[in-house]
Design a protein around this ligand. Structure first.
Ligand code: CAO
Length: 561
């Protein structure tokens, strides 16, 4: 074993950055490139990766410490060979380069800004992505301005994110936003056009952003100042004012943002307990727990409340609709008013959004499950003593996995103009609970057998009814099944659970006469209703999916072909 010092790699022009998160502790085993700490300047947060794999022996920084290039982060115990290979000089090899490029997107962006702003200070000004080092295809995760907004020089316009850093892209000029050329989820690169500004007159600009402009002017490199016309100089200087407000952007590291997105947690509603109010993963978890217990109201619930307000205040015009009918029901007979349950309030807003925003179509079909049901019944008889009851829904889950594998676009999600094809098969199933609809998720259903799925489903459905599902048990589905088979009915049109792109509704199987070419045979027919997002899936593909699903349920051997 050897001790290796892990130091802060080259972080370019940053003099000192604050340690805002410790991601490991002594005794933790870390892999090479695993993030160790998060540091933050006023415009960017970055994770410092480990230069080698090993066990953390001693942390050399504490929360709030200021670090710079070469500061010792921690001592790592590594296997001898690795230690010798890493050596002190190699304490930050590949990651140093990566980090350097990360910080290169920090707000000091001279050449690009100068190019953009030497243009006359009236008329359209193009704001482009500045030099962001070696970064390619960073994702726009927040757009902080909209068309018509007046922006100051250096005001942050949007936040972009790589897997290790999030950065704000500042405006290279002052003016009014005439056109925004990017939207959430877009991938951008150096030189891409972000926005077109109507340039403000220099005097007005200076007046609009006095402190930023003044500090910028004071900090202007002589060459940069000399290169631009005097009247435009104020606009041309790319320095930023550290006193600028962070524009209400929630402080959180990229990994916490990702975690929050996965759970569907609105970060701007989470109270940060970290340094300077920074949001940690614990805060995200605590928020989720408080929503589950009813202590917090999410934006979705607020949206629902707004919708309810629209309904009760004749304010439908606010949505561009005719007002919601307001009726005094008591005029017609006795009534009782009861508040919606918390789950109904939350799911209602999501359902409303999904119903309105997704161009959804439903295909209905019937499939023959006579043999499958006979097999299920005999299996349950054989296994009576085990206490495990195999359900039709477990077979449906397995059959859907086979169909999703054959038609992968049904297992995808829209991401701007691209599709994310998931290579995992996490299947959500709607569960009816006393408090409303919940959707627990069977993870990795492709890797599980019918028995295991049946057991897990029983446990998850029970937890749902008891209100004990954890957030992790309700997230990550790539496809959902809603089964009303235990209740009845023939067909229905389920609403897609965004960001998924399809959902299967199943109703009660009934004996139907089916023509076999000679006579009608009594067969057990299962009604299937597949709702799909027409932006992603075509009608023909949906019909094929349903037919294939029916074939599998008719004879599971087909899944082996
Ligand atoms: N056709 C005929 N019978 C069916 C059937 C089908 N498609 N699906 C289930 N059944 C039978 C079962 O075999 C069982 O019968 P036995 O007790 O005789 O064995 C009975 O109906 C009850 O089944 P179940 O509903 O308890 O179990 P399940 O595995 O089918 O479903 C669960 C579990 C959690 C999905 C279900 O309890 C539930 O909550 N369903 C409602 C889902 C819902 O609300 N969807 C609408 C969402 S949109 O608002």
């Amino acid at each position: 074993m050897a001790l290796v010092e892990v130091k802060v790699p080259d972080i370019g022009d940053f003099d000192e950055v604050a340690v805002i998160e410790l991601l490991v502790k002594p005794g933790d085993t870390v892999t090479a490139e695993q993030s160790l700490i998060t540091v933050e300047s006023d415009k960017a947060s970055m994770e410092i990766p480990s230069s080698a794999a090993g066990v953390v022996k001693e942390l050399k920084v504490a929360l709030g410490d200021k670090v710079r290039e070469g500061s010792l982060v921690l001592l790592l115990e590594v296997a001898d060979a690795a230690g010798a290979a890493a050596g002190p000089a190699a304490a930050a090899p590949a990651s140093a380069q990566e980090f350097k490029t990360n910080q290169a997107a920090a707000p000091v962006l001279p050449s690009q800004s100068a190019t953009n702003t030497v243009a006359p200070s009236v008329g359209p000004i193009e704001v482009r992505v500045p030099d962001i080092g070696d970064f390619k295809d960073v994702t726009v995760i927040e757009v902080m301005v909209k068309v018509g907004d007046a922006v100051r020089l250096e005001q942050s316009l949007m936040t972009v994110e790589s897997d290790k850093a999030s950065m704000e892209i500042p405006s290279s000029a002052a003016g009014v936003i005439k056109e925004l050329k990017v939207k959430l989820g877009d991938k951008i690169n150096r030189g891409d056009l972000l926005a077109i500004l109507e340039g403000a007159a220099p005097v007005a600009t200076a007046a609009a952003a006095p402190s930023a402009a003044a500090s910028a002017l004071a900090a202007a490199p002589v060459a940069a100042a000399a290169a631009v016309a005097p009247a435009a100089a104020v606009l041309a200087v790319p320095a930023h004012s550290p006193t600028l407000a962070p524009l209400g952007l929630p402080h959180a590291s990229p990994s916490v943002r990702k975690f929050a997105r996965e759970l569907g947690v609105p970060l701007n509603e989470v109270k940060g307990s970290g340094l300077k109010g920074r949001i940690t993963d614990h805060d995200v978890q605590a928020f989720t727990r408080s929503v589950m217990s009813g202590a917090a109201q999410t934006l979705a619930a607020q949206a629902q409340a707004k919708t309810a307000a629209v309904a009760t205040t004749n304010d439908g015009a606010g949505l561009g609709l005719i007002p919601w009918p307001k009726v005094d029901f008591a005029k017609f007979g006795p009534v009782e008013r009861k508040e919606l349950s918390r789950i109904k309030k939350i799911s209602g807003a999501n359902l409303l959004r999904n119903a309105i925003l997704i161009p959804a179509v439903t295909n209905h079909d019937d499939c023959d499950i006579t043999d499958l049901e006979a097999f299920r019944v005999s299996t349950n008889k054989e296994n009576e003593k085990s206490g495990v009851k195999v359900t039709m829904l477990a077979f449906l889950i397995k059959a859907c996995v086979a169909a999703l594998k054959k038609y992968p676009e049904f297992n995808s999600s829209l991401d701007g103009d691209a599709l994310i094809y998931k290579q995992y098969y996490h299947i959500g199933f709607a569960a009816d609970t006393p408090n409303g609809l919940m959707v627990p998720v069977i993870k990795d259903a492709d890797k599980k057998g019918i028995m295991q799925i049946s057991v897990e489903m029983g446990e998850l459905a029970q937890k749902a009814r008891d209100g004990k599902l954890s957030p992790a048990e309700m997230t990550g589905a790539s496809f959902t099944i809603s089964s009303l088979g235990g209740i009845g009915g023939r067909y229905f049109t389920p609403i897609i659970n965004a960001p998924e792109v399809s959902i299967l509704g199943v109703c009660r199987s009934t004996i139907q006469p089916v023509w076999d070419g000679n006579v009608f045979q009594p067969r057990l027919m299962l009604p299937l209703s597949l709702t799909w997002d027409h932006r992603v899936i075509d009608g023909a593909a949906a019909a094929r999916f349903n037919v294939y699903l029916g074939q599998i349920l008719g004879d599971f051997r087909r899944a082996l072909l």
